[in-house]
Every structure is written in C-alpha cells, then in structure tokens.
Design a binder for this molecule. Structure first.
Ligand code: NAX
Length: 337
C-alpha cells in the first residue's frame, strides 16, 4: 500500500532556489521513491505568478509521487498540516541597507512564519531556513513558534558550505568527494564561518596528513588551509556570483534537499554540518542557531560532542559565534525576541 503523502511547504517558491527545489522534491530526491508529497507554495503577491508557472510545469512533469500543489500568500494556509518546511523566501539586502535594517526586514518575515508554524503545522514539523541571514532568521522563527512547536525543530542551512568544503578537498587531494568523512562547518553561514578538517579523513587517513603528503609538508598544508581553503569556502558564494553572473542556485537547492533528506532519513552514522539550536555545546550560548558537526538517526540532527579544537580553531569558531550573538542582540534590541 502506498504511504500517506507528506506535506512539504516551500516559501519563496517563485524564486530561483524555489525553481531548482520543487522539481527535485517532487521527483523523490528528498524523501525517497516511496513517499508521495503534497507541495504547499508560499509566496508574496509579487512572486505569485512565477510560483503559479512552476506549479503548471510540475503538472506537466506528471511525477508519480506528486499528490498535489497548492499556492498561497497566507502563512497560516501554506503551513497548515505541514511536516517539512523549507523557508527560502527572504528579504535581500537592498542598496544602502544597513545590517540592522536587513535583520529588521527579515524579522518581519520569519517572526510571522514561525508563529504560523507553531499554530498550524504538524506536531512533528521540522523547518530549515535557507533565506539569509539564515541562522538568525531561524532563531527568530523558532522563538515565534514556541510553545506550539519546540525551538529545536528549526535549523538553518550550512550544508552548502559543508559541500563546498568537501568539493575543495576532493579536488586538491585528487579523490572522489565520497572518500571524505568528518568535515565540519562551525559558526555562522557567513564569511566568518570556520570550515574545519582537523577531524576529517580521506579513505580512512587523516586529512591533515593527506594534505601534507600531497602539498609537500605540514607547513605547506597549513598555509593552504589558512590562505586558500578557508577563505575560498567562506567566500564561494561571491565567487559564484562573479563567475556565473548570478548567485548559487542549483548547489543551494541540492544542499537544502540533502539537509532535509539526512535529517529525515538519517546519516547512517556519518557526520555532516547543520546550524542547529545550541544547548551550550562547545561553549556556544544557549539558543543561538549555530553550525556544528552533526549526525542524524532520522529523528533530527544531533551535535557531535567531544571533539578537540586547538587554540587557532577555537579562536576562529569564537569569532563566528560572537557574530551570531551580535545578530541576536541586534534583533533583541528591535523587540523581536
Ligand atoms: P530569489 O530572490 O530568486 O527568490 C526569493 C523569493 O522569495 C522571491 O520569489 C520572493 O518573492 C519570495 N519572498 C520574499 N519574501 C517572502 C515572504 N515573506 N514569503 C514568501 N516568499 C517571499 O532568491 P533565491 O536566489 O531563491 O535565494 C533565496 C534566499 O536564499 C536568499 O535569502 C539567499 O540569500 C539565500 N541563500 C542561502 C544559502 C545558504 O546556504 N543558506 C545559499 C544560497 C542563497 O544565497
């Protein structure tokens, strides 16, 4: 007997990432070939025609797993009964917009969406925030969803950063991406993030050793990590915009699908990266939505605890956590939290 359809709500469905997401979700890439999906698309009036067009194309694909598609500009309608929410639509930084203005504009989106999720979503709902500033938008949505939905059901996407880090290592080491394990993104989805290979392995060999072998010694490996790898991963979004003339879309949609898939179906013991609500792990202030190495058994992400961070790594991580705390304080000053 076919299983019951899962209701998946996508905000900003008329945008670029929405367009790259919808067809893969409907094809079964996110929840597997046995789970039919209902798609609920949330847009603002300006984005509605584009979302309607995507809905027409979804019909034309005749995906066997796609139960139905509904569009709305009302969060309480779009999140009604939803089990999985991908919060993609956000307010981009406009010309002359200060960081505080950006945070305030997005608080006006993610506060009401979080509240609607708390009121009308499925009891087991899980939501991932893609729209930037993703970590703090997730913090705002999670705070607004309580008490209807616990805050730890919200996460933010750093899987794209994780995949970018794996991609860079694979090319440099001359291996397939699947040979790498244990790469971690710590902190904020921003230029302060810390992509970390200290606990990573390639075909079972520690990545720092493999890099030293490949690049001609330990010092050369350290220099590559500091001067090439970390800045390249952290600024890859800007590089894509410069080269492609448009932001990361397919890779962002792919990362969002992998984030949800692993959270729902489990990582099989492997580590990945996701921004989740801190309970004080690694000294990160409680409540911040911070990227950590995580695993999932299919019941949500769990932070991998007990990893050693040396002084340099800790300093990088703390700088990113300080930025998250400053974003939270700026939002709190607006009276949003
Ligand atoms: P687009 O501008 O193409 O699409 C955004 C869509 O959201 C638009 O259709 C708009 O009408 C809609 N929207 C705006 N406010 C809304 C609201 N209140 N409710 C529902 N829909 C709303 O942007 P796109 O390229 O799709 O990027 C979406 C977001 O992803 C941006 O905030 C972007 O910065 C962020 N990204 C996050 C990444 C991550 O790794 N966390 C990577 C990729 C991307 O940069």
């Amino acid at each position: 007997m076919a299983s019951a359809p899962v209701t998946v709500t996508i905000t900003g469905a008329g945008g670029q990432i929405g367009y790259a997401l919808l067809f893969r979700i409907a094809a079964g890439d996110m929840l597997g070939p046995d789970r039919p999906v209902r798609l609920r698309l949330l847009e603002i009036p300006q984005g509605m025609r584009a979302a309607e067009g995507a809905a027409l194309e979804l019909q034309d694909c005749a995906f066997p797993l796609l139960h139905d598609v509904e569009l709305s500009d009302d969060p309480r309608v779009a999140f009604d009964g939803c089990a999985i929410a991908l919060l993609v639509g956000a307010r981009p930084r406009g010309p002359g917009m200060e960081r505080a203005d950006l945070l305030a504009a997005n608080a006006g989106i993610f506060g009401p969406q979080g509240a609607a999720i708390g009121e009308v979503a499925d009891d087991d709902v899980r939501a991932v925030v893609v729209g930037n500033p993703a970590n703090t938008n997730a913090l705002i949505a999670a705070a607004a969803a309580v008490p209807g939905v616990p805050a730890d059901r919200f996460s933010a996407l750093t899987r794209l950063d994780h995949n970018r880090a794996v991609g860079q290592l694979a090319v440099t080491l001359g291996v397939l991406p699947g040979a790498l394990r244990g790469v971690a993104i710590w902190g904020n989805h921003s230029a302060t993030q810390f992509p970390d290979v200290a606990h990573a392995t390639v075909d079972g060999m520690p990545v720092p050793d493999a890099l030293a072998e490949r690049l001609g010694g330990r010092e050369a490996a350290l220099a590559w990590l500091d001067d090439v790898f970390i800045p390249r991963v952290a600024k890859r979004g800007a590089e894509i915009i410069e080269v492609r003339g448009s932001s990361s879309v397919a890779s962002a949609a792919n990362a969002a699908i992998e984030h949800v898939r692993d959270e729902q179906l489990g990582t099989g013991g492997a580590t990945t990266s996701a921004a989740v609500v801190s309970r004080g792990e690694y000294g990160v202030p409680e409540g911040l939505v911070c990227s950590f190495p995580v695993t999932s058994d299919g019941e949500g992400y769990r932070i991998v605890e007990g990893l050693e961070l040396d002084a340099r790594s800790r300093a990088r991580f703390e700088a990113s956590v300080d930025e998250l705390a400053a974003e939270r304080d700026a939002v709190a000053a607006l009276g949003v939290l």
